[in-house]
Design a protein around this ligand. Sequence first.
Ligand SMILES: [Fe+2]
Length: 337
Amino acid sequence: MVLTYLVKAVRLFLVTVMTVASVIIPGKTQGKIEPAQDGCRASFAAMSDVHMKNNFIRQGMFELGLADIKDAKTPLDAVVFDGDNTDRGYDKDWDTFATALKKYGITDKAVIAIGNHDTRSHEYVDENGRKVDDVEAIKSTFAHYNKVIANRDINETYYSEIVGGCYMIVLGSEDGGTAATVSQRQIEWFEEQMNLASLTRLPIFVFFHQPINGTHGLPYTWEMKDDVPERGGIGEASDQILSIIKKHKNVFYVSGHIHTGLIAEDAGKGYATVERYDGYTLINLPCYMYPDVIRGGHFANGTGLVFEVYDNEVLIRGRNFATGTWLTKYDASIPLK
Ligand SMILES: [Fe+2]
């Protein structure tokens, strides 16, 4: 009990300190959100792991970023929240998250993925003393808040949107648990969506809270040990999802979950925020709410990425949304094939 309060107190302290630090520490380049070059056909912001609670400090930290997005010089076409939008998935957490988005006019633009923390309030202990997830409650809460926030009608934890002509395919676990549960039905749906997306000949964006197993320094970056290879990733369905991605060109798979913070490609760590492969790119978003303290990423909260789609490339740009600054060290240009 004492330990729980201590952990909570330390976390609250860290969030408070970093909220203040994010505002007063100068970023790399000041400037409102606008495309870096002419000819941008679509742009969107992406953040992950907001971990919203009904708590004024977290709410304030989130609103700093939403104000930056609202204040964009060129309006973004979408704003992606890649899971762990709430800390426990209680209605009061989701309501705080939804109210903030409404306050800053980020509703119809919101693309929301489910994270493992968004399911926690639906875990209970059955008559045999086992932890069980209420799968129907997980789905209905997620669907309800997609409706409340973005007026989106869904009845699964996965769906797709088209933004600036590009497919944005949102995948999601269908159960609680740290790794993802992905049904064969979702896998088949994903394959169909990828085939449709390829017909556009435009880049394809896939969002899933959990990273592909073994990427972005996993499993080491999950618990700072290497003993279980699939730990910290999607889990069982990872190979199937990756094999579908590999059948297509110009795929951008965007995850969160690990909380490593932004890590530059040339940082020499052996893992990075942006990992380039032949025909696809894996991107791991930093945690918005908590600063990284042990995994060696950029030490600040309020961070995420802005994606800009051009005819010949996709630009991925680091940003501290809370301070309204570009973090150019983490920028990556991915040429399209
Ligand atoms: Fe998280």
